[in-house]
Design a protein around this ligand. Structure first.
Ligand code: ATP
Length: 242
């Protein structure tokens, strides 16, 4: 479904953030992208979703393929229409719109407008809290509630590939578990392929089919979650799990 091949990316023409980054997200799978601060995880997501140039960056080598077609250089709006949706910290919800208006806005690229009501209902089943908050302006929601809404908006777009940037950031531990269980449910019920970037390796690997660990702009380890978590060196060294 998604193939990142040896991508090199720079910011301001000089800061080398990706140095031969490669990964693969197979159709219908959840892949976790892990690693310490500054490893290049967010840059990888930006490169995939076409948002790098908006941040003063560019891809200088390598290719990104989505469903067999090269997508580097394609603008974010075209990528969204083709089924790639990025949910990113800070750009997640429209604060002046209500929760329900945010969900409706999430479906703006869809051609099948008839089933939007039914899909909103589905989001409320995944995240019952959002139903109670439906008329509330999104700007007044807590961080965790906004995170649920951001994921809900992503689902409304019916993407083939959902990119999630640190869904656990700033969220209470109990809620993190709930959000990740819902991400897994969405993957299973909708068949959405998911690439999730996380600092919280434990929770990400608990739902992932495969994991990559990045350091200094490239992948240094990869494997299925059981293998990654059972290796003491990897757990302590790269995942911060002691
Ligand atoms: P974190 O977990 O802290 O978000 P990350 O793995 O997502 O880290 P990136 O945000 O991709 O890391 O950053 C990779 C490198 O690129 C870092 O050295 C960072 O300082 C640099 N970088 C990121 N964004 C920019 C930017 N807009 N301009 C210049 N350098 C940047």
């Amino acid at each position: 479904m998604l193939q990142v091949n040896n991508v090199e990316a720079v910011y301001s023409k000089i800061i080398l953030a990706l140095k031969g980054m490669s990964l693969h997200v197979p159709e219908g799978k959840i892949v976790a992208l892990l690693g310490s601060n500054g490893a290049g995880k967010s840059t990888t997501l930006k490169a995939i979703s076409g948002l790098l140039s908006g941040d003063g960056g560019q891809i200088t080598d390598g290719t990104i393929e989505f469903q067999g077609k090269k997508i580097n250089g394609i603008t974010p709006d075209v990528l969204v229409k083709n089924g790639i949706f990025l949910s990113i910290e800070g750009r997640r919800v429209f604060k002046d719109l209500t929760v329900e208006e945010n969900l409706i806005a999430g479906a703006y690229t869809r051609k099948d407008r008839s089933n939007i009501k039914g899909d909103i209902e589905k989001i409320y089943e995944y995240f019952p809290k959002l139903r109670a908050l439906a008329p509330r302006k999104a700007g007044f929601l807590s961080g965790g509630e906004q995170q649920m809404l951001a994921i809900g908006r992503g689902i409304m777009a019916k993407p083939k590939l959902l990119l999630l940037d640190e869904p656990s950031l700033g969220i209470a531990p109990l809620l993190v578990k709930e959000i990740f269980q819902n991400i897994k449910k969405i993957n299973q019920e909708e068949g959405t392929s998911i690439l999730v970037v996380e600092q919280n390796a434990n929770v990400a690997l608990s739902i992932a089919d495969y994991g990559y660990i990045m350091e200094s702009g490239r992948v240094v380890m990869q494997g299925d979650p059981v293998t990654l978590l059972s290796d003491k060196d990897i757990s302590e060294h790269y995942l911060g799990i002691g």
